[in-house]
Design a protein around this ligand. Structure first.
Ligand code: ZN
Length: 454
């Protein structure tokens, strides 16, 4: 006999539901039970009884956006040395690396709390992070506490650098660690926090930083450890000409050759950028299902171009999107990054238009593929995590709108989420964060930044 127990939450009266699992529904509802999507219905179909209902007020509903590359701690140095952005990645890092060596547990907690709250306002329900600077212990533990306090899904990757200034690199010596120390901390974090089940809130990846701050030995041993622990790998790859020239001059090979030689070219890996990969290299990435986190704002600053996502898509490369840190990108909004993905792709492809739907697909399904979560994130479908966003779809930005709803959503902004729902819980509601200590946390975050500035 069928049961008719009420669902936990019914989101009703939508203008459009973009499920990413079939055609859009004009109007309709989504029901949620136990943190997962229980049912999706078109306008006019019978709604289930619910303990709580949410009026979507004609808004556009999408799956929660997924961020596949971030450096969260950088929000303590927003806009610092902005003039250096024009001089390239190395010049900019030389200025900021000594500052980031101030990072401690309090700064790590506050920067993560603020970053994930900001991301929730921009419609992000799951964010990864790439924390490479570990001048003090337990910085990722502090990040995980912050993520739990904010209530969004978090995928921290244990970044690492084993080459410091003392080895001729540009990394502050306080942040360059011994390989055994790095790998034992990776293992500790995985054993303590990595949730393997469907619907996980916390997963851990292993993530040496980039070719100019890590040795090939660290890369190789990281890949072996990831295999042993069955976790994912993340790093920067082919971000800029600076990196390409470094690899050619110092190692006599292209960044992709180094990457392959270290045993990283597998479906266990997703990389940030891939701007400078050629067609043969992207073909290989597609064949081994190695994902790419596309970060157009940062790429335009440092590389004056973006990766060719239309080519990546054609070659079968899983492509997610990332915001790549508050010091280069400035903002922490996946809405912004999705919009720029749509616009900037034409810098590479001329007349081939990346449609809003393509950009949204990268921000949802592509992100889930990069994180190895295509079975529970990135779609509004029965059994998937109840992570969804209600976007406002009326008022001045939409006055005069006709035609495709997804195009309108991504072209007509700037937009912030009206509701950001994670596992059926509202992190943003009525356009406001549902976090009681928001002002205190923001003031404490600014105080840390002020102290660093001095
Ligand atoms: Zn990065």
């Amino acid at each position: 006999m069928a049961t008719f127990s009420p669902v936990d939450l019914l989101v009703r009266n939508a203008g459009y539901i973009v499920t990413m699992d079939g055609p859009e529904l004009p109007g309709g509802w989504v029901s949620i039970r136990g943190g997962f999507i229980d049912a999706v219905g078109a306008s006019g179909t019978a709604e289930p009884p619910a303990r709580e209902t949410l009026d979507a007020r004609g808004g556009l509903i999408t799956p929660g956006l997924i961020c596949t590359h971030h450096h969260i701690y950088q929000n303590l140095t927003r806009n610092w040395f902005a003039d250096e952005l024009a001089r390239g990645l190395f010049a900019w890092l030389v200025k900021l690396n000594p500052i980031w060596a101030y990072l401690d547990e309090e700064a790590s907690y506050l920067s993560t709390w603020v970053a994930l709250a900001e991301m929730a306002l921009g419609g992000c329900t799951c964010s990864s992070d790439h924390l490479n600077n570990h001048p003090k212990p337990n910085l990722i533990d502090a990040q995980i506490r912050a993520a739990r306090d904010v209530g969004v899904r978090f995928y921290p990757t244990r970044g690492a650098m084993d080459l410091g200034v003392r080895h001729g690199s540009i990394t502050a010596d306080a942040c360059a660690q011994d390989i055994d120390e790095i790998l034992s901390d990776c293992q500790r974090l995985v054993e303590r926090y990595h949730e393997r089940e469907k619907g996980a809130f916390i997963r851990i990846g292993i993530a040496p930083c980039n070719p100019f701050s890590t040795t090939m030995e660290l890369m190789k041993r990281s890949a072996e450890l990831a295999e042993k622990l069955d976790v994912r790998l993340h790093t920067h790859l082919a971000e800029s000409k600076d990196e390409e020239n470094f690899c050619l001059e110092k190692l006599g090979m292209r960044p992709m050759d180094r990457f392959r030689e270290c045993g990283w070219d597998s479906g266990r890996t997703w990389v940030a950028h891939g701007v400078c990969l050629d067609e043969a290299e992207l073909t290989h990435m597609g064949k081994c299902r190695c994902g790419i986190a596309h970060c157009p704002t940062s790429n335009i600053f440092f590389s004056k171009t973006v990766g060719d996502i239309n080519l990546m898509r054609r070659l079968g490369v899983p492509v997610g999107l990332g915001v790549d840190g508050g010091a280069s990108a400035g903002h922490g909004s996946m809405y912004h990054e999705t919009r720029l993905t749509m616009l900037a792709s034409q810098l590479r492809t001329g007349t081939t238009l990346t449609r809003a739907r393509d950009a949204l697909e990268h921000a949802t399904i592509g992100g889930a593929q990069c994180l190895g979560r295509e079975d529970d994130l990135g779609k509004i479908a029965v059994g998937y995590c109840a992570d969804l966003v209600v976007w406002p779809f009326s008022g001045i930005f939409f006055s005069g709108f006709h035609g495709d709803a997804v195009e309108a959503w991504l072209r007509n902004g700037p937009l912030f989420a009206q509701e950001t729902i994670v596992a059926g819980k509202r992190v943003v509601s009525g356009g406001r964060l549902q976090l009681s200590d928001f002002e205190e946390k923001l003031a404490a975050h600014q105080r840390v930044s002020d102290a660093w500035w001095r």
